[in-house]
Design a protein around this ligand. Sequence first.
Ligand code: NAD
Length: 472
Amino acid sequence: MPQDQHYSFFQSVERSFDKAAAFTKWDKGILEQIKACNAVYQIKFPVRIGETVQVIEAYRVQHSHHKLPCKGGIRFSEEVNQDEVMALASLMTYKCAIVNVPFGGAKGGIKINPRNYTPFQLEAITRRYTAELVKKNFIGPGTDVPAPDYGTGEREMSWILDTYMSLRPGEIDGYGCVTGKPVSQGGVRGRTEATGLGVFYGLRELCNIKEDMDKLGLSTGIEGKRVVVQGMGNVGYHAAKYFHEAGAKVICLIEWDGAIFNENGLNPDEVLQHKKATGSINNFPGATNLNKNTDGLELECEILIPAALENVIDKHNAPNVKAKIIGEAANGPLTPEADEILNKKGVIVVPDMFLNAGGVTVSYFEWLKNLSHVRYGRLGKRFDENMNFHILQTIEDLTGKKVSEKERKFIAHGADEVDLVYSGLEETMHAALHEVRDVMISNPQIHDMRTAAYVCAINKVGAAYEQLGIFP
Ligand code: NAD
């Protein structure tokens, strides 16, 4: 992994924070408090793997308690370390503030490569990790609510839920202890695709702003834009899919073991099928394999979406990046030096803490669903449909004209859970993008969206601390 060694991930976050803090009114003490990680929990526990016992290293970091519960994913990766989890937990605080999700930030990590374990072994590790969190009160619907991240998904969230519920029987809101669960286990429809869809909504809204597109010499809209996506996991696949469906050309998809290119565009669904069938995206029919997977990052394109890991663009490859817009779907994909180089080149870098907030936004909807114990749309859907039919019927009677059966169904349709989740997500991403842009417009010295996003977040968290008061 390329990296500019002298900044750790957490230091990079602090650096961006400090740069933005200069544009805010908060005094040093408050800024230090906003920046600090409130609680860091490092765990080492034994798990039997085959014939041997392995000591597993894991973390949960609660960055900010200014709003509770804390919220943030759990990643399974060999790269996990305390600095990384602290950085990711901080980003969660700022992310929640930017999209107006009333949580503090947190993050968890288990230092393993999930590919080296069987599902049975992964289950044992996940359940033991959950038990360790329960022991120290680092999980619960009102304290700290994990979610999926790199290397984890619905399956792991089910194990977490089940372990929590068996250790805390009878807790009425227990289902809200973790989000990203399967729908059958209290999950919400639309959560799986939420981050990728949020990436799409955020970038599409940006591409619709004529002023910004004019600066890049681009036309407005998504159609025809060339898109490169790194990472065909949950976030990358869904982002690629929505861009493809909206008429963009997904010209390159990058994975850990290769990258494929087709100037006419790739269909992400077909590539995913190919990856499932062959174990790799390489050798996809009609596409060219690139020599090195990282070559994909340097292709001529309008939008580059890193959706895999952090620090993939650094001072060495940043000068070669030709994209006009970089959408940070992953957390921290640019080193601070890369960020500076790209900003100087006039690239619009849409920062992670705004752009990949779709996951936490829909997690918030899932948590609300768990606390309310009712599916979205259950109460209103049929009423809305009956009312819409009635209105339509009245209009038809008054005008003497009839709509087609297809239109009738479309107009009358009452919102299902997934419709409400998508609509809430779209609204959230649009509103947050404009909040961040407004900070830039009102502060002409701020030239990049990351600084503007931090200012936005710092102001909201600072205001919360001011209202909370600080213990004497
Ligand atoms: P994932 O595990 O589903 O997918 C990651 C993908 O990246 C995998 O397909 C993996 O093979 C690929 N990959 C690994 N190393 C690579 C490399 N060197 N080059 C190219 N591809 C590589 O994880 P995810 O949930 O999609 O998360 C991806 C990123 O998005 C992470 O940075 C995560 O923190 C961030 N994120 C995820 C969510 C979410 O809801 N899942 C929310 C916010 C942010």
